[in-house]
Write a protein that binds this ligand. Structure first.
Ligand code: TRP
Length: 333
């Protein structure tokens, strides 16, 4: 086991899109190929339960996300790839951490506060479950369970990493240096892919391009990317150009400079969209085949996740013994 441990969770709600791929999946897989650290990637399916009570949607999303990671090139033998709900030790730790978490800290969590703000003044608790309220504690358990040192997350999760550090420090202050204090690794601006309308690509904005749809559907989405009203023949700038920004995330340096030259030379938006479509289709088509194969063979995914969970549990069990014994819950003899 390396000293450096990278861990990140993906909440299993929704279908993976191009933004997830460029912002999270592709860089995570690239970094997992480096040998000097261990990588833990997991499906945060208990976190999904907070947002969704739709059994079929939850299962479908789990399937799609697992297939996406493996189809995109994740080496499941070189990483720990597992389902949160397959590691019961995380929930044991969750309870322990509840006792080191100030209620006031949870009162300040953004997701909880915005749910309260959305409510009528009459009943601020309306629709708020204890799951939502204590969501950051479960996330702390995910991270501290494996003594992760680096946690790649989006900007919206930074507060949760701070809370994890706070919880770990309280525990360590009381019982000694048991937990690693993890660092958040925040997506750089460059890795945030814009969606069809120019805002960050996100399911909640309804502006996504799905990652593994068929060619025809992909083309349809690319044609919807917002452009300005410049005519064919008009020189087009690549500054603040949505289509160019998406193109850049997939193209080689020489493809990027020739696209820039063509746009400045008056290429039509239609032709530029065609080029983007062809680039995406070519890059994704190999993965798409594998994705379709995996989607039609869920038992392979089950096996892969089970095997990942078995290896992860070895680590979790051994850490939990250390944690329990620090508290005074170890063997009596
Ligand atoms: N809450 C994270 C999100 O919605 C997902 C997540 C759960 C996570 N547990 C985690 C991310 C642990 C990093 C580490 O994006």
């Amino acid at each position: 086991m390396n000293n450096k441990k990278i861990l990140t969770g993906i909440t299993t709600t929704g279908t993976p899109h191009l933004g997830n791929y460029v912002g999270a999946i592709r860089p995570a897989i690239a970094s997992s190929k480096e040998k000097e650290h261990d990588s833990f990637f997991f499906l945060a399916d208990y976190h999904a339960l907070i947002k969704s009570k739709d059994r079929d949607a939850l299962r479908q999303s789990c399937l799609e996300i697992a297939a996406t990671w493996i189809a995109s090139g994740l080496d499941i033998n070189q990483t720990y790839f597992y389902r949160q709900s397959d590691i019961p030790e995380i929930l044991e730790l969750n309870w322990i951490l509840n006792n080191f978490t100030a209620k006031g800290l949870m009162n300040r969590a953004h997701a909880y506060k915005s749910a309260v703000d959305d409510n009528e003044k009459a009943d601020p608790d309306k629709g708020i479950t204890m799951g939502l309220f204590s969501y950051p504690i479960l996330m702390a358990a995910d991270i501290l369970m494996f003594k992760a040192t680096h946690v790649p997350v989006g900007q919206d999760q930074v507060q949760h990493i701070e809370m994890t550090r706070d919880i770990a420090q309280r525990f360590n202050h009381h019982y000694g240096e048991i937990f690693e204090i993890p660092e958040g690794v925040i997506d750089k601006e460059s890795s945030v892919l814009p969606g069809l309308d120019g805002r960050k690509m996100s399911k909640s904005y309804g502006n996504i391009i799905p990652l593994f749809c068929d060619s025809k559907t992909l083309r349809k989405y690319v044609m919807k990317i917002k452009t300005n009203s410049l005519e064919p023949g008009d020189p087009k700038s690549t500054e603040d150009c949505l289509l160019f920004d998406i193109f850049k995330s997939f193209a080689s340096d020489s493809q990027i400079s020739s696209m820039k030259k063509d746009l400045e030379g008056g290429m039509s938006w239609g032709d530029a969209k065609n080029q983007l479509y062809e680039l995406l289709d070519e890059q994704l088509s190999n993965y798409r085949l594998r994705y379709d194969e995996l989607m039609s063979d869920p038992s392979y995914l089950d096996e892969a996740l089970k095997e990942g969970a078995e290896r992860a549990r070895v680590v979790a069990k051994s850490n939990l013994i250390e944690i329990k014994s620090a508290i005074g819950l170890g063997p009596l003899s």
